[in-house]
Design a protein around this ligand. Structure first.
Ligand SMILES: [Zn+2]
Length: 211
């Protein structure tokens, strides 16, 4: 699948899964110095490959008639300082709830480790600005996900599929936490408990074959 075809496919899935409403949210995928990004102001489930602009890592438009997403500077800032090959940004409901009410998403489930543990909330700045890009970059340091205050969430990955799955996981973790707060006080896993999970995943038990 070409980079632009991938954007169409995952744009459609993002809308189908309710992670994105209308034109909110944007995706990008990188290959070498080029980045295919979803266009500004287009519904993510109605994209065609030609609609998706291609920019270079410096931010120059290389191909396409439509303007790149207004959040493209944030995507490019992330590519500049991480090994990410894809970035997914949405205004998913539970992610946005946490980003609007908290300063971080504590690890209440061990799957949070797949995103780097605690998910930080990047300080608020106007959408599309270099300030927001810098804040997101700082919150993402050493992690696969960040939330953006009063805005939404962003995830990265080695492929668009990985970045997309990270967005689904981030939304699930936020939903568990928010729903947990409605029932009681969610227990946060300790450093020790999280270290034990890492240890366990590195040394899975092997089932002996029956003689
Ligand atoms: Zn946004």
């Amino acid at each position: 699948m070409s980079l632009r075809e991938q954007l169409c496919e995952y744009g459609r899935r993002a809308v189908e899964l309710g992670l994105v409403i209308g034109t909110s949210g944007n995706l990008s995928v990188r290959q070498g110095d080029l980045v295919a990004v979803t266009p500004s102001g287009a519904a993510l489930d109605k994209l065609t490959p030609e609609m998706c602009p291609i920019v270079d890592v410096e931010g120059y438009l290389v191909e396409g008639e439509l303007q790149p997403s207004s959040e493209t500077p944030m995507h490019l800032a992330v590519y500049e300082t991480t090994a990410a090959q894809a970035v997914v940004h949405t205004h998913s409901v539970f992610g946005t709830v946490v980003a609007t009410t908290m300063t971080e998403l504590p690890p209440v489930h061990y799957n949070a480790l797949l995103l780097g543990g605690v998910v930080k909330v990047a300080e608020y700045a106007t959408y599309g600005t270099p300030e927001l890009a810098a804040n997101v970059r700082a919150a993402l340091e050493g992690k696969q996900a960040a939330l953006m205050a009063n805005h939404g969430g962003v995830t990265i990955g080695a492929t668009l599929e990985q970045a997309f799955e990270a967005t689904r996981l981030l939304e699930w973790l936020c939903e568990v936490y928010v729903r947990g707060l409605g029932v009681g006080k969610p227990t946060v896993l300790t450093e020790e408990q999280l270290a034990a999970v890492v240890e366990r995943s590195l040394n899975p038990p092997r089932f002996p074959r029956r003689p």
